[in-house]
Each structure stands twice: as C-alpha cells, then as structure tokens.
Design a protein around this ligand. Structure first.
Ligand code: ADP
Length: 391
C-alpha cells in the first residue's frame, strides 16, 4: 500500500534540515526520517531513521539548492519504500504583523511574504527559496508556511514597543521575536510532562547558533530577547546581540562604514566568533585553551544570565528554566555558568545531573526547576502542515 507522508523543511544559511512523517489516520504523525541537505561547497544529502539508522549519505551534483530539493524528493518518492508526499511545510523566519498563524502558501501569500524581506533581509530569502523550488518542481503539492514570529504575538504592547516616535510602531517597527516554532514545541512538551509544569513562570533558553530566551506564562510568550530582528538579545555564534545603538551610529557617521558592511559585521563577524577570533562554534571554543575563547564563552553565559534576570522581571518571578538547542541541550559547562550567575534568583543546579544531561538538572531544594528539553521544530511544522494542508 502506498503510504502518505508530510515533509517538514527548516531552511538555514548553509543547510536545510528536514523531517519526513508518515500520516497514520487518526493518530500522531510517525517520524520516518530526519536529515539534512548541505548546500555548501560539498552538497550532500544525509538522513537517518527515527532509531538513528543511516538511511542515506551521499554527495549531490549540480546547483545545490534546486538539485538538492529535487534529489530529496526523488529519494523520498522512489527509494524510501513507496511514499507519496501529500504536503510540505516550511519554517519561515518572518510573518510580520499579518501572518500570525500557519498559512497555506498560495502565490499571493508567497508574494506577501516576499514583501517582508526588508524586515529580515538575510533570513527571509532563505526561507522562501525552497518554497519556490518546490512549487516549480511539484506545482500541485500543498505547501504550508509556519512562522518563527507567530508564537510571540501574545506579548503585550509595553514589551513589544520601542521608545521611538510612536508612528513607527504602526509601521511595524517593533519587537517581533523569533525561534517561535522551537518555543511552541517546548511549551507543548512541558504540557505533556505535566499541566502544572506548563503553568509555571518559565524561561526557555534556546541556545544554538542563533540564541534567544522566551518568557512564558501558561505556555504563552510574554517576553523574548530577540526583537525587530534576529540580532537583538543574547551573544550568538556570529551575531552581536543587544548593543548600544550609539555604536552603530558611530560606525556609520564617524567611520563611514556602509550599511552592507555593518550588516555583515553584526550578523557574520561578531558574537562568539568576533570575541574569540577563533570560531563561532561553542564546541570548538570549549575545546580551546586560548584565553580569548574562554572570554567568549564567559561573555555568552554572562549575557544569557543577565537577560534571564530581565525576563524573570517581566514574569514577576521564575519557577522553571528550560535549556534547549545545540548548546542548551549539550553544553554542561555553559548551563552551569549561566545557572551559577542566577543563584540569587533561587536557581540551584545539580552538578552530576547537569554533567549527565539529565531531564531535570536542578537540586531538590532549588526554587527554580531546571530542565533540559530537546527541541523539535520539524515536528511542529509537520503538525501544522497536516492541519493547514488538509492532509
Ligand atoms: P542552529 O541554530 O544552527 O540550529 P544548533 O541548535 O544545532 O544550531 O546549535 C549549534 C551550536 O551548538 C554550535 O555552537 C555547536 O558548537 C553547539 N554544540 C553542539 N553540540 C555541542 C556540545 N556537545 N557541546 C557544546 N556545544 C555544542
């Protein structure tokens, strides 16, 4: 029997992560495959089954982005045991004020999303590229867009507003927040673990190459560290995080740096990479003896703790702290450094549980429950795609 499947795509700067899910009638989606299309100098398709078995790992020829998606479709439809794709879902960085829930991607919607490109000039085109490629390759395949900004539509005006002349807020210049699909997944997981846990005043620390925090009450976003752009807030792999706007004025007005060069510096040359001069990759820095690498890791933790305290203020207290994404799930030293700085707030981390990446890493006497939860943006995309794509 031909099985029906949903493809969830999560496009990044140099790769597209994907999840493939079988559609079981009246049941949860079943993960069949999780993988990555590398689009860099050596294009590659790799995929593993839910149990970790390697299903595919091969180089791709030709123009990576188009050929990559073509090869992925071929692989799913011809080699993976007779599956028919019935819908595809995408992570889209920016939904602006208009797109606050998942949406079927018609040509008019795609155009509307393209008009948001000035709000996320580096990320929005990356989100839209695979949608256009898929539309060209499979014009009849329903596609659904899921927005990183949507989860934060619940934040109050006082949190989202910048202290600029007020007309700019009406023009969309305000805090949007990102990583919403990850936060939505975590909110759902906490609820599955226990409704009492989900009701706690919670801060989720999504610490990956991009990094942000989200303050949640009853599973809804009330504050977040990223703002108008994905530059604000925490120190990231290559992004600066929050910075005195006077520094930017100084670069433009006194040093004559162009907007493009400044954009490149803030997004690509700053953060862990900028401070260490070595790498934007936390694993590399943790393995290095260089004092600049140490400084970069220390600043990462300092700023994460500082912003956690700020968000705890928005929440009026803190009862649960969740770590997720590459660094949050796997770096015990970074979790330790952040939690130690938050000890005054009642955060007491248990060293052995932290070292073993246990689910709960707080001490029994900690006022704040500290958890490690693996995020899964693709499963959220697939769930929304099932609903919106009428699959
Ligand atoms: P993205 O934001 O691209 O999805 P990830 O969530 O995969 O990124 O996070 C990537 C970051 O996680 C990198 O800085 C990487 O070094 C870090 N990381 C992954 N594994 C570990 C580990 N075992 N220890 C420390 N850092 C890790």
């Amino acid at each position: 029997m031909m099985r029906h499947a949903i493809l969830a795509l999560n496009a990044g700067s140099s790769s597209i992560k994907f999840g493939l899910y079988d559609l079981e009638p009246s049941a949860e989606l079943q993960l069949v495959s999780r993988g990555k299309l590398d689009l860099g100098d050596a294009p590659r398709l790799s995929a593993k089954a839910a149990d970790g078995t390697v299903q595919c790992d091969r180089p791709l020829a030709g123009d990576a982005r188009n050929a990559g998606i073509d090869a992925l479709l071929d692989w799913i439809e011809s080699e993976l045991g007779g599956r028919k794709l019935i819908a595809a879902g995408h992570r889209i960085v920016h939904g602006g004020c208009e797109f606050v829930e998942p949406v079927r991607l018609t040509p008019a919607v795609i155009e509307g999303l393209d008009r948001l490109t000035p709000l996320a000039p580096l990320h929005q085109p990356r989100s839209l590229a695979p949608i256009r490629t898929l539309a060209a390759l499979r014009p009849d395949l329903p596609q659904v867009g899921c927005f990183d900004t949507a989860f934060h539509q619940t934040i109050d005006l006082i949190v989202s507003r910048f202290a600029l002349p007020r007309k700019y807020d009406a023009e969309g210049i305000r805090r949007y927040g990102f990583h919403g699909l990850s936060y939505e997944y975590i909110a759902g997981r906490l609820k599955e673990i226990s409704p009492a846990l989900a009701a706690k005043r919670t801060i989720v620390a999504h610490l990956g190459n991009g990094a942000s925090l989200c303050a949640m009450r009853d599973g809804r976003s009330v504050d977040t560290t990223m703002g108008f752009s994905a530059l604000d807030g925490l120190v990231m792999g290559t992004r600066c995080g929050a910075i005195d706007p006077g520094v930017l004025l100084y670069f433009v007005l006194e040093r004559g740096i162009t907007g493009e060069a400044l954009q490149h510096m803030l997004y690509e040359e700053s953060g862990l990479l900028g401070i260490s001069g070595i790498s934007g990759d936390m694993r590399t820095l943790e393995a290095s003896d260089d004092p600049h690498a140490r400084e970069a890791v220390d600043l990462f933790a300092f700023r994460a703790a500082r912003e956690t305290a700020a968000l705890a203020n928005t929440l009026g207290g803190l009862e649960c702290l969740v770590f997720t994404a590459g660094i949050g799930e796997r770096s015990a030293p970074v979790r330790m450094a952040i939690c130690e700085r938050l000890h005054w707030l009642g955060v007491a981390i248990d060293e052995p549980s932290n070292a073993s990446h246990a689910e709960i890493i707080s001490r029994p006497d900690s006022k704040v429950e500290i958890r490690v939860v693996a995020t899964d943006e693709e499963s959220i995309i697939a769930r929304h795609t099932r609903v919106q794509g009428n699959a």
